[in-house]
Every structure is written in C-alpha cells, then in structure tokens.
Design a protein. Structure first.
Length: 118
C-alpha cells in the first residue's frame, strides 16, 4: 500500500502504510516508538469529520500530521517531540516522518494507492 499526494502530479508520500483500525491502535499511535522509517505513514480513519487533536507525549521525534475530509487536506502541521500538540478538522489523520508532508497544502488530495481518497 502507498500513500499518494495529488496536487499537480501524483507523488508517493509513503510506501509503507499502517492503519490504526482499533481503539487501542488509535490510542497508542506513535507513542513509545523510538523513530519511524522514511516512507512510513500511520493512518487514523474515523466515521465522520470533526475537530481532532494530536499530542506528542512520549513521542521523542518530530512528525508531520495531515488532516483530511473525504481525502481533501484541511490542515498540515509539524509537531515537535514530547510537547507538540495540534488540532484540525478531519475524518482521517495521517502521521508521517517530519518533512514528508512539506509539499502538502490544504486543498490537495491524499489517497491510498489502489483505492479512493483516504
């Protein structure tokens, strides 16, 4: 599975995509991991778009976070280790290694390769 960023052209954001599809996986997120490899994405999919927050408590590295509604980017943020916190509206949140979402902007489309928008 790949995570694709579509703006003017389709560009892979991640080639290894993990979906946090249980309550425990969503609660854990990247907590207590020491790092994430380049090309990795953690996707949180929810039933409906609402304001959702992320925190970096017990996460010792920076990440990029992307909030989506029906695959359209509504917010992009860089979260700092240990103290980062951010909110955005979305039915999906994607966590990526810091710098991976540098070219992603609100209004762009992000999707899992082989399917519709995330």
């Amino acid at each position: 599975m790949r995570l694709i960023h579509e703006s003017d052209v389709a560009v892979p954001l991640a080639t290894r995509v993990e979906v946090a599809d249980s309550f425990l996986a969503r609660a854990r997120g990247l907590t207590f991991r020491h790092s994430v490899p380049e090309g990795y994405a953690l996707v949180f999919a929810f039933d409906r778009p609402v304001r959702r927050s992320l925190h970096m408590l017990f996460v010792p590295f920076s990440i990029d976070a992307v909030w989506l509604v029906d695959g359209e980017v509504t917010r992009v943020a860089r979260l700092d280790p240990w103290i980062g916190i951010a909110r955005g509206r979305g039915d999906t949140i994607v966590e990526l290694p810091a710098g991976a979402a540098e070219a992603v902007e609100p209004g762009d489309v992000v999707r899992i390769d082989g399917g519709s928008a995330v």
